[in-house]
Design a protein around this ligand. Structure first.
Ligand code: G5P
Ligand code: MG
Length: 220
């Protein structure tokens, strides 16, 4: 494939807990791109109790989407900060309105979609632990922290996300089916979507590198 710009702009899509954060951190390490995760950024605002954090907290806790107008304004500002760098966007866009807004300011080159069965996902969230300041994520039995409840790098406390409670996970999966799935078609129609299927991130990762290696070679 040919890539429009020298500075690669990529997206990663997938259901809640499909492994977007996990695969993103491997992409960041291998290809040296900026990881822009809408969820991590919102959680950071909540943690710091900023005005935005106070405004969005209840949406995240209940597993509901933050309204489009708030989200679009926020992410456009965040993307401006990294406009001269290659980036990988994770968690945004999640509605067709968000996808349209993004396309107007920055058409993207590559869209990766992770396809993981829902029963696998429901199992995973029960065991997820996160380090909020860095967004590092662990899963007991998959990438277990060296010391239970502590971040490997800083030794700080890990937490379980409020939206990983069963009722919030159900809500997130329902929203994904009804509202976010059309975003996949949005990029399919533009011919830039690539799907990666698997039950584990280790199964998906080699397929991602086979796809991305030549793309990154062409942009460097
Ligand atoms: P987020 O933060 O974008 P989600 O729900 O899309 O949240 P999430 O939960 O962050 O996605 P992920 O990044 O896809 O999941 O997955 P992950 O964290 O890498 O992996 C999940 C778990 O499985 C981890 O514990 C990981 O270690 C483990 N794992 C990975 N691979 C494997 C494996 O192979 N095996 C096993 N056993 N484990 C594995 O959005 C959160 C909220 O923010 C708001 C919304 O309220 C949203 O609900 N928000 C937005 N609202 C509106 N518009 C937007 N654009 C928004 N963006 C965020
Ligand atoms: Mg994530």
């Amino acid at each position: 494939m040919t890539v429009r710009a020298k500075i690669l702009k990529a997206l990663i899509l997938g259901a809640p807990a499909s492994g977007k954060g996990t695969i993103s951190s491997r992409i960041v390490k291998k290809y040296n791109v900026e990881h822009v995760s809408s969820g991590d950024k919102l959680r950071d605002h909540i943690e710091k109790q900023t005005d935005l954090g106070k405004e969005v907290k209840r949406y995240l806790n209940e597993g509901k989407l933050v309204p489009d107008d708030v989200m679009i304004k926020f992410m456009i500002t965040e993307l401006k900060k990294v406009e001269n760098k290659p980036w990988l966007l994770d968690g945004f866009p999640r509605t067709v309105a968000q996808a349209d807004a993004l396309w107007k300011i920055q058409p993207v080159d590559v869209v990766l979609n992770l396809v993981v069965p829902f029963d696998v996902i429901i199992d995973r969230v029960k065991n997820r632990w996160v380090h909020l300041p860095s967004g590092r994520v662990y899963n007991i039995g998959f990438n277990t922290p060296k010391v239970m409840g502590k971040d490997d790098v800083t030794g700080e406390d890990l937490i379980q996300r409020p939206d990983d409670k069963p009722e919030a996970v159900r809500k997130r999966l329902e929203i994904y089916e009804n509202i976010t799935r059309p975003v996949i078609n949005y990029y399919k129609e533009r011919g830039i979507l690539k799907e990666f299927e698997g039950k584990t991130s280790d199964e998906i990762w080699p397929k991602v590198t086979v796809y991305l290696d030549p793309i990154f070679k062409n942009t460097q």
